[in-house]
Design a protein around this ligand. Structure first.
Ligand code: NAI
Length: 772
């Protein structure tokens, strides 16, 4: 080729990165990836192969971890944990040393990652590895600050961590750095396709002075992962498919293990007609062709405003024609290999079975490569608009108005991320809060940082990684849990003839008193057997009515904290005016003299949450770009609560007040043995300006209602403080929409306000770059 030829085509010449160092590194270690337990390698077996997807060649044999090997790793982690948790400064030094050594070995890590995963070396070198390093630096700081800035937090213990193959080293860093910073020890299982960069990481740990047992790696497949979920760990942190997330939710149900799930997505990429179209096209290259589209937050669903659609698609196709697809070790390559032929076959199947719209594809080399693909003209309900393809395939549709854009964007079971492209900041900031997603990028895409929360809502999972909010997933508040004992209702009558007047307390649904659907009620007696009244028995239909009422009251979530504060103060005042009556009622129900104190506590609680209603501020995160990442606190949505039945009034007020203060709608089931204080309370609500449907109160069997609450798709979170044994069923049934759950496993404690606030809100991170 002559210089003239080059000038004519303007093609890039090959710029290959050498694989020899990384291959030599593997050969020196016997060509086998396996366990790193208690600071030692082994056992190492060639149970299955890890291949280079770009060439099909075997890179190494991988050990498939058995349940016994997982148990050994967990035991090592357990033994090492107390000492590791003791000294934050020592942890900071070790994390800092890891970051430094990763920097020193950055090229080896990047090459290993690209060989094993197939991603372009440009990406592993410039994105995966630097971001992983940043995580360790940033979290070294959190380790240092834990003692002084988080004096009430303590580590969870041993964390089991299961990661996918799309960002093997970065996901390892996201999992290990915060866990270690907060004084936990870990057992991490890499994905079966990509175990090799974790091996390099283990050697870095040894060199950095990580004490034996603090970081343990167990290699293997889904069965090894399942054994880790079952092992004696205090938390499971999982990133991967929604299907496996569901299995893990069910498997850990009732175990008391903490759980965070970062799952799939089908993130919208919304382009308004006033957007900088060239930037929006360039953004798409990063949104859907970065890492071959194998990105959980990939901008895989393009929504373009109708008037510019043709022009935009034309620009996009011309940009696609310029994408360079091929050998990932070539520094000029934009799109590399798909991680494994199994994934390639799945992408191919999904695209080939689609019959809608128009498909535009680039050329791709033979082998484990899939061509960048654009499918336009799809309807929002088409399979490819709904299902995660997890490949370089962009699906597109058009919209007319901002309202329609939001509707289509939210028409998904996922809620991970979204991008909004417009030059109008008013429009961008109007749309961002309306999108149901954990992350929103304004005129940007796929921005991530250790200081900013990452994670989703709906079937994209729960929990956040990164930032102060991510640390909550690796700590718990100090303090002991007490065993709960169920109070018994007084059931014997003194024989006094029943009051001929009907004293059946109704349910409170949609701001109205409602008779129970089933028409049944239970008598409620005092200690000496006098009938106090009847309490309705709510069934599934009543619960559904309450859920409909919460949905109709969604305007509450958009009200200002100021307004919510006023209403909570007003509720507090109205309760205060009836203190004596409530105190007497509590004493009658429980047969104790605790009524006056309990009413005082309830009033104080309402005032406390009135105070918080307009003070649970978000944050502007100092991320290393020109711009900010805003951490916004949004309500969770519809919360269903089984209340603490030992305290007839406070059991209701304690969850109700923070839930309402943070803008949620709530359906609470009153204390089962002592229901009548809660039913009296709706008279307070009726006189307190609370909009209908924001708070609904049911009475009846906790055990009967729990599974229906957990399974209902329009409930976003279920809390249980009940003495009934319902924790297991709630967690197991919550897989329907992967709702958040907060259950007590038969124990009780006083939760600090930080926990109530965190449970009542979602953190949405809105990235707003500015300037050039
Ligand atoms: P996967 O969810 O099966 O694998 C992720 C990790 O979980 C791996 O380490 C795997 O060994 C482990 N695992 C599998 N079954 C398990 C079980 N029963 N218990 C515990 N651990 C288990 O994902 P896979 O099969 O690799 O990819 C399938 C699809 O999942 C992709 O096509 C994509 O749609 C989605 N996916 C989404 C990711 C995300 O970040 N959202 C990441 C990877 C895959």
């Amino acid at each position: 080729m002559t210089v003239k030829d080059i000038f004519e085509s303007m093609d890039y010449g090959p710029a290959p990165e050498s694989a020899s160092e990384a291959l030599g590194w593997l050969a020196d270690r016997g060509g086998i990836a396996g366990h790193f337990i208690n600071g030692q390698w082994g056992p190492l077996r060639d149970d299955f192969a890890s291949n280079n997807p770009a060439t099909g060649e075997k890179l190494a044999g991988v050990t498939k971890g058995t349940a016994d090997e997982v148990a050994l790793a967990v035991a090592a982690a357990r033994k090492a944990q107390p000492k590791w948790a003791k000294d934050g400064q020592a942890r900071a030094r070790v994390l800092y040393a890891i970051a430094r050594l990763m920097q020193k070995n950055a090229r080896l890590l990047a090459v290993m990652e690209t060989l094993d995963n197939g991603k372009p070396i440009r990406e592993s070198r410039d994105i995966d590895v630097p971001l992983a390093i940043r995580h360790f630096y940033h979290h070294a700081g959190f380790a240092q600050l834990m003692e002084t800035e988080m004096p009430n937090a303590e580590s969870l213990g041993v964390c089991g961590q299961i990661i996918p193959w799309n960002f093997p080293l970065l996901m390892l860093a996201w999992k290990i750095a915060p866990a270690l910073a907060m004084g936990n020890t870990v057992v991490l299982k890499p994905a079966e396709y990509t175990s090799l960069s974790a091996m390099v990481f283990c050697e870095i740990c040894t060199a950095a002075g990580v004490p034996p047992g603090v970081v343990n790696i167990v290699t293997g497949d889904g069965e090894t992962g399942a054994a880790l979920v079952d092992a004696d760990v205090d938390k499971i942190a999982f990133t991967g498919s929604t299907a496996v997330g569901r299995i893990i939710r069910e498997q850990t149900a009732g175990s008391g293990k903490a759980l965070s799930l970062e799952l799939g997505g089908k993130s919208p990429y919304i382009v308004f007609d006033d957007a900088d179209l060239d930037s929006a096209v360039e953004g798409l290259v990063d949104a859907i062709w970065f890492n071959q589209g194998q990105v959980c937050c990939a901008g895989s669903r393009l929504l373009v405003q109708e008037g510019i659609a043709d022009r935009f698609y034309a620009k996009l196709k011309s940009r696609m024609d310029g994408l360079r697809i091929g050998d990932p070790m070539d520094k000029c390559i934009d799109v590399g290999a798909i991680v494994d032929p199994v994934q390639l076959a799945e992408i191919t199947r999904m695209v080939d079975t689609n019959t809608s719209g128009e498909t535009y594809q680039c050329a791709a080399p033979d082998g484990c490569f899939y061509p960048p693909t654009l499918i336009t003209g799809l309807a929002p309900a088409d399979t490819l608009m709904q299902e995660e393809i997890f490949g370089p395939v962009l699906v597109a549709t058009t919209f007319r108005t901002p309202t329609e854009a939001v509707e289509i964007a939210n028409n998904t079971r996922y809620g991970l991320a979204a991008s909004v492209w417009t030059e109008n900041i008013n429009l961008a900031l109007d749309i961002a809060p309306k999108l149901i997603a954990g992350i929103v990028w304004v005129n940007a895409t796929n921005l991530m940082d250790a200081a900013a929360g990452f994670g989703g809502v709906r079937e994209s999972g729960f929990g956040r990684e990164g930032g102060w909010e991510g640390l909550m997933g690796y700590t718990r508040p100090k303090g002991k849990m007490a065993k709960l004992t169920a109070p018994t209702a007084f059931t014997t009558t003194d024989g006094t003839p029943a009051d001929p007047l009907d004293r059946t307390a109704k349910l409170y649904i949609g701001g109205k008193q409602a008779r129970p659907d089933g028409g049944y009620s239970d008598p409620v007696f005092n200690k000496s057997g006098k009938l106090l009244g009847h309490a309705s028995i709510a069934n599934r239909k009543d619960l559904r009515n309450a859920i409909e009422a919460m949905a109709a009251a969604k305007g509450w979530s958009k009200t200002t904290g100021h307004l919510r504060a006023q209403i909570l103060y007003y509720i507090g005042e109205n309760l205060s005016a009836r203190s004596d009556e409530f105190a007497t009622r509590i004493n009658q129900l429980t047969g104790t003299k605790t009524g006056t104190k309990e009413v005082g506590d309830a009033i104080n609680c309402l005032f406390t949450w009135a105070a918080w209603a307009d003070k649970h501020d978000g944050a502007a995160k100092g991320v290393p770009i020109r711009g900010v990442a805003l951490a916004m606190h949004e309500p969770v949505g519809n919360i269903a609560v089984l209340t603490d039945d030992t305290r007839p009034l406070m059991g209701l007020i304690e969850p109700l007040a923070p839930a309402l203060a943070m803008g949620n709608r709530i359906t609470a089931v009153a204390s089962q043995p002592f229901p009548l204080a809660a039913t009296d309370f709706y008279q307070v609500l009726e006189t307190s300006d609370l909009p209908a449907g924001v708070a609904n109160i049911l009475t009846g069997s906790h055990a009967d209602l729990a599974p229906h609450m957990a399974a209902h798709a329009n409930i976003d979170a279920v809390w249980s403080f009940s003495t009934a044994d319902v924790s297991h069923v709630i967690e197991a049934k919550s897989t329907s929409n992967l709702k958040r759950t907060w259950v007590n496993h038969g124990t009780a404690r006083t939760w600090p306000s930080s926990i109530w606030r965190a449970q009542s809100t979602e953190v949405k991170t809105i990235w707003i770059p500015y300037g050039e």
